[in-house]
Design a protein around this ligand. Structure first.
Ligand code: SF4
Length: 616
């Protein structure tokens, strides 16, 4: 076996720099620096099963084990894990290593005849589209221009290639900067141009001296620069004592490969229809400035059809298994991925029906209808009624409660209102209230606090506080990446159906693309749109009951959940446990449900203590 992972986890060089950048720099053949943990002498120390066996690793191992022996033997674990692929029958890796053709090739992963199991595959469509899309940030293009200028000076005798690259990219930057952009929607700071088909972008390129003729010359120059780089790399690996020849850096090589690919996609009759191009201006991470954010423009070539990426992978493999606790609705996988999935297993939940309370809630405690569409969530009557409902639930459900909203702005609107009336103060009298922050890097302290409160209130309330309420968003880290078991989530409240912003150009374009490509067997735009929303909802619902003895309540708050059209999109486990009585008293039912399970848990605990006492 082997485990492939990023250098961030397996590089044993010290310091806190980005390990991928550090490694690329050290191993750049044109610089000739090298890494002391990766050379002919050290390479074989931990890179075979035999070698690992000799170092005490006899069975399945984890990344930490490999890093430990790597440090001990002064041998690079990152490259050892790759070398171990030669002997491996099972390879574990993040699934973008398989889906992304660039990573697949650089890792030398050959899927021919293999069985591929993609776990947590609910995002595979999105991920395939993302991998197939190409992004060209203005700051990165400027770096390539600066490098080309430098090479023009350093290679005075044969600088025509770099002059062509420099001029073409300068025109490209001008094209990106002069286009008029519009704000995506009134809550967003992002601006976008129109979305263009390949043909339309070619026409615009013609106007800006980037058209067919110059593009061909650029492609030729890019290919020469890449060949120069490869030649220098080969020479350096043969003889490390020679003076490095001035060529492009690996990052520029990658840029030139990607941009050449973008030009080819645009010119290709077969692929151009599967892509849409646009220019977006937004705040992005600036890795050169310690991850600060800066506002800049990006030329995006967005892949509309995930099958472009996924189908070749599926064709190469012997079989592909998509697995996830929250795959449903499954209707889009076959059409979107261009792959037939003849066998489907929709298993029952491991948790018995009596351990879960699930209900769709169309009205609040005073009978106000709760339909969380855009118009309603801004109304005071909705906000106040939702506040009353959350208060009622917090009153009767102890320990942790998760409450999901469609977006940060919607969540903030409710909070602002609850702070103005007495709702927020009353919530804080019962629960420690926390909010999921924007940006996953700020989540850790929030989660730490949440878990502390849950732990400290596990045996009973502390100063009247019975647990914590975490307000979060669908599609966020809390909804999709964190495990909440037992007291950490005794109730999940899902407010509304998390439809993506319909007017967002990237959503709108995909919607229209699907409608226009019905002959490919794609779902209609509206159906695709609903499937994506319910898959995000199902992810959040899945936070609640995590193992066989777990118990909890799941409340789907929106009048639309009580309608057949929405109910049909819910996963099987939710439907089989659904309580559909029209007349009910929510707080009374929840109280009974909680009391039953608190009692059961208490009995199970005392039984296990008795058994321990009786054990010989
Ligand atoms: S060769 Fe290995 S140890 Fe050296 S920099 Fe690269 S990843 Fe790190």
């Amino acid at each position: 076996m082997t485990i492939l992972s990023s250098r961030e986890f397996t590089c044993i060089q010290g310091g806190d720099q980005n390990k991928t950048e550090l490694c690329t720099k050290l191993l750049d053949p044109t610089k000739g620096q090298g890494c002391r943990y990766f050379n002919e002498k050290t390479r074989t120390r931990i890179s075979t099963n035999w070698a690992l066996h000799g170092l005490g690793i006899n069975g399945p191992w984890d990344i930490e084990d490999l890093v430990k022996v790597g440090k001990q033997e002064a041998a690079c674990p990152y490259f050892a894990a790759r070398d171990l692929m030669m002997e491996a029958e099972i390879i574990f890796c993040p699934y973008n290593y398989l889906v992304d053709r660039n990573i697949r090739e650089s890792m030398q992963i050959n899927l021919q005849g293999d069985i591929v199991i993609l776990d947590e595959a609910h995002n595979i469509e999105e991920m395939s589209r993302d991998v197939g899309s190409l992004y060209f940030r203005v700051d990165k293009i400027l770096e390539v221009i600066a490098e080309s200028k430098l090479l023009c000076i350093r290679r005075k005798e044969d600088n025509a290639t770099y002059k062509i690259i420099q001029t073409y990219l300068e025109n490209l930057v001008e094209f990106i900067q002069v286009n008029n952009l519009n704000t995506v929607d009134k809550f967003s700071e992002t601006c976008s141009s129109d979305f263009w088909t390949g043909v339309q972008l070619c026409e615009l390129f013609n106007i800006h001296s980037l058209g067919k003729g110059t593009a061909k010359t650029f492609e030729k120059a890019a290919s020469e620069a890449i060949m120069d780089f490869n030649k220098a790399k080969e020479e350096m690996s043969r003889n490390q004592d020679i003076e490095p020849f001035p060529v492009i850096t690996p990052l520029t090589k990658r840029f030139l490969e990607d941009f050449t690919l973008a030009l080819q996609v645009m010119a290709s009759e077969k692929l151009a229809n599967d892509y849409r191009a646009c220019i977006v201006e937004a705040y992005v991470k600036d890795f050169s400035q310690g991850y600060a954010e800066k506002r800049l423009r990006t030329l995006q070539m967005l892949c509309m059809n995930p099958a472009v990426i996924f189908a070749p992978l599926a064709n190469a493999a012997r079989s592909v298994v998509l697995a996830s606790g929250t795959l449903s609705p499954t209707s889009s996988f076959q059409s979107e991925l261009g792959t037939a999935f003849p066998h489907k297993l929709d298993a029952n939940h491991v948790v018995p029906k009596e351990n879960v309370y699930i209900r769709g809630i169309g009205c609040g405690p005073t009978g106000v209808q709760l339909k969380a569409n855009y118009a309603n969530v801004n109304s005071l009557s909705f906000q106040d009624e939702l506040g009353r409902l959350v208060l009622d639930v917090c009153k009767v459900v102890p320990h942790g409660i998760l409450c999901f909203f469609s977006s940060y702005s919607m969540m903030q609107k409710q909070i602002d209102r609850w702070k103005l009336n007495s709702t927020w103060a009353r919530l804080e009298g019962m629960k420690h209230v926390l909010q999921e922050p924007r940006g996953s890097s700020n989540l850790e302290p929030v989660m730490q606090k949440y878990r502390e409160i849950i732990k400290s209130t596990s045996e009973g309330p502390q100063d009247g506080i019975t647990g914590a309420l975490l307000l979060a968003v669908f599609r966020g880290k809390v909804a999709e990446g964190i495990d909440f078991s037992d007291n950490e989530a005794r109730c999940v409240m899902a407010v509304g159906i998390p439809y993506a912003v319909r007017k967002d150009p990237s959503v709108d374009t995909k919607f229209t693309y699907n409608d226009m490509n019905q002959l490919k067997g794609l779902l209609k735009g509206g159906e695709w749109y609903a499937v994506q929303a319910f898959r995000a909802l199902n992810q959040a619902l899945g936070r609640c009951v995590r193992h066989r003895n777990d118990w909890g309540a799941v409340l789907l708050i929106d009048q639309r959940f009580t309608e057949k059209s929405s109910y049909n999109y819910l996963p099987k486990w939710v439907k089989t446990m659904w309580r559909d009585s029209a007349r009910y008293n929510l707080t009374w039912e929840l109280e009974q449900f909680v009391a039953r399970h608190v009692e059961r848990t208490k009995n199970e605990k005392s039984d296990s203590v008795d058994q321990k006492v009786l054990a010989p």
